[in-house]
Design a protein around this ligand. Structure first.
Ligand code: 5GP
Length: 186
């Protein structure tokens, strides 16, 4: 049986990665890799669906038990991709979609080269700032930190297999579906 593809989506905070990933999953092109994090839960999030929200102690236990494919510290919190989940699914021919920060993307490239790395770019930096503010989920201090991180993150775009500019979500999802189909036929 042909293995599934591990698709890694990265891009600056606020670019729309989660919306894109969720539409991709809804379109039947893969399942979402639910990461574990120590960040506090946002109002609109569901534990076990958006993330597994855990304490730093629990996260450390998972590190010790080697349960992460990769993990990274982002804006003072830990985020990790669960190894078992990814490999079980791709072995069964199911595509797995993970939304990771740049450190995660770069680590995956080393640990698991068959992964397909996609970088989502905002149409402009101004647009990104607008989207982050409109989201209304983070404090001003957090937004400023995220914008600073975004500037650094955009420098890594050329290290990705594909760069997709997110003008509209539907067009971006279509572009990614085309990438998946191309990669599947390799
Ligand atoms: P947020 O707090 O906005 O949900 O996520 C912050 C950043 O962490 C985003 O860039 C998101 O893509 C990234 N992220 C989420 N899960 C993981 C993960 O498992 N590993 C890594 N390296 N980054 C992650």
């Amino acid at each position: 049986m042909k293995k599934g593809i591990f698709i890694v989506i990265s891009g600056p905070s606020g670019v729309g990665k989660d919306t894109i990933a969720s539409k991709l999953v809804k379109s039947g092109h893969g399942i979402y890799s639910v990461s574990m994090t120590t960040r506090r839960i946002r109002k609109n999030e569901i534990d076990g669906k958006d993330y597994f929200f855990v304490s730093k102690e629990v996260f450390k236990k998972y590190i010790e038990e080697d349960k992460f494919l990769e993990y990274a510290k982002y804006n003072d919190n830990y985020y990790g991709t669960l190894k078992d989940f990814v490999f079980k699914n791709i072995d069964e021919g199911i595509n797995v979609v993970a939304v990771l920060d740049i450190q995660g993307g770069m680590n995956i490239e080393k640990i698991f080269p068959p992964a397909v790395l996609i970088f989502i770019m905002p149409p402009s930096f101004e647009e990104l700032e607008k989207r982050l503010r409109k989201r209304n989920t983070d404090s001003e201090e957090d937004i400023i930190k995220r914008l600073k991180i975004a500037k650094e993150e955009i420098n890594y775009k050329d290290k990705y297999d594909y760069i997709v500019i997110n003008n509209t979500v539907d067009k971006t999802v279509d572009d990614i579906i085309k990438i998946i189909e191309k990669e599947k036929n390799r």
